[in-house]
Write a protein that binds this ligand. Structure first.
Ligand SMILES: NC(=O)c1ccc[n+]([C@@H]2O[C@H](COP(=O)([O-])OP(=O)(O)OC[C@H]3O[C@@H](n4cnc5c(N)ncnc54)[C@H](OP(=O)(O)O)[C@@H]3O)[C@@H](O)[C@H]2O)c1
Length: 338
């Protein structure tokens, strides 16, 4: 690929994108890139003041930009469900979902749902958000879901017997596990979308090493060193923008920088290790994620069901909406009437 950048993309008016963690770092630059192409962006952020400040900064440079900050705390399933409900009552299409928000190597914390905080924020919240927005995504022709992983996915495998580090916490392993889960999820989501006959694409991306606020939990003395060798957030956003808008991108691909060790550079297709592509691991993770979130979509038996049924659309909508009736006390009226 020849040094792809956003200038190669034609204007895309009418398209709608949700970018999580859009107020800072990579998410801010993704938002900037998308509004340059006339995409309407919903900045899904946990801090409305920061989101409004980021919006004002963008409007200063692009006064025509269509941007709407909306509140979501990815570490809370309740907040994710509220966001999806609010989004669904304002919008009838979703072209791009960018699962970007994240924290890295934070101190041990258990969320209100009882989850380890890095896994909850980086992965579980996005699993739920994707499922809740899926009817809108699959109803929008040519839509894409881009999920952010990291080179750090290699730091850990999935601890199926101790997802939440109750037996002892490692900040590094917890971050690695969460980013590994994001990668496995992006691949499995594509397999399930394809099996369901949907043209929505799921793509994984990573930004190499980029200077952002992600190092906020690093020791103060180390943080300034980042500026010496990390690439800019603007450059780090390119693989994500390419995954979202690049013409040649296929579902199930992993996009990262093309430079030395994928640390910096222009977007290219990169490899993932065998464990991240392992279908059995992915199936277990999907099942566990559904159980943790109570958001059921593209169900676990989808391959069997589709093989025994000629009508993929019926199967697809059945599994998409299964979550709606799955729990009487937690029943959400999202997309009622759709
Ligand atoms: N920078 C890198 O070198 C690098 C490398 C590999 C992967 N990544 C990935 O890139 C993504 C973006 O990170 P970044 O580098 O741009 O870091 P960043 O500047 O710290 O941005 C992270 C964004 O996520 C938001 N966020 C954190 N917790 C959240 C929550 N509970 N609910 C909603 N939003 C939340 C943050 O909001 P606040 O501003 O309110 O904190 C911020 O907007 C992450 O998924 C990260 O794992 C980054």
């Amino acid at each position: 690929m020849n040094k792809w950048n956003i200038d190669q993309v034609p204007s895309q008016p009418g398209k709608v994108a949700v970018v999580t963690g859009a107020n800072s770092g990579i998410g801010y630059e993704i938002t900037l890139g998308l509004v340059k192409k006339d995409v309407e962006v919903i900045m899904a952020c946990r801090n409305m003041q920061k989101a409004e400040e980021a919006k004002a900064k963008i409007l200063h440079v692009h006064p025509q930009a269509k941007i709407k900050p909306m509140m979501v705390d990815l570490s809370s399933l309740n907040e994710v469900k509220k966001f999806a409900h609010q989004f669904g009552s304002h919008y009838d299409r979703l072209d791009l979902l960018i699962n970007n928000a994240g924290i890295m190597m934070s101190p041990y914390k258990v969320t209100e749902d009882g989850f380890e905080n890095q896994l909850a924020t980086n992965y579980i919240g996005h699993f739920a958000l994707t499922g809740l927005l899926l009817p809108l995504l699959t109803g929008t022709s040519g839509s894409r879901i881009v999920t952010l992983s990291s080179l750090s996915y290699k730091w850990a495998k999935i601890q199926f017997d101790d997802f939440h580090f109750r037996r002892g916490y490692s900040r590094r392993k917890a971050y690695g596990q969460s980013k590994r889960a994001c990668l496995i999820f992006a691949f499995e989501l594509q397999r399930r979308l394809s099996a369901a006959g949907s043209d929505t694409l799921s793509v994984a991306a990573h930004p190499g090493l980029s200077k952002t606020n992600l190092d906020q939990y690093f020791p103060a003395l180390i943080r300034p060193l980042g500026s010496l060798f990390l690439q800019s957030a603007q450059k780090g956003a390119l693989p994500v923008l390419y995954a979202a808008l690049g013409k040649e991108v296929a579902g199930g691909e992993f996009i990262g920088p093309d430079g030395f060790q994928q640390i910096r550079g222009y977007p290219t297709k990169v490899d993932a290790d065998a464990y991240s592509r392992n279908k059995e691991v992915a199936r277990h993770l999907w099942k566990a994620s559904q159980e943790m979130t109570k958001v059921f979509y593209l169900g676990n038996n989808i391959y069997d069901k589709i093989n025994s049924s000629k009508n993929q659309n019926i199967v697809f909508s059945q599994v998409c909406f299964k979550w709606m009736g799955s729990r009487s006390e937690n029943r959400h009226k999202l997309y009622a009437g759709h």
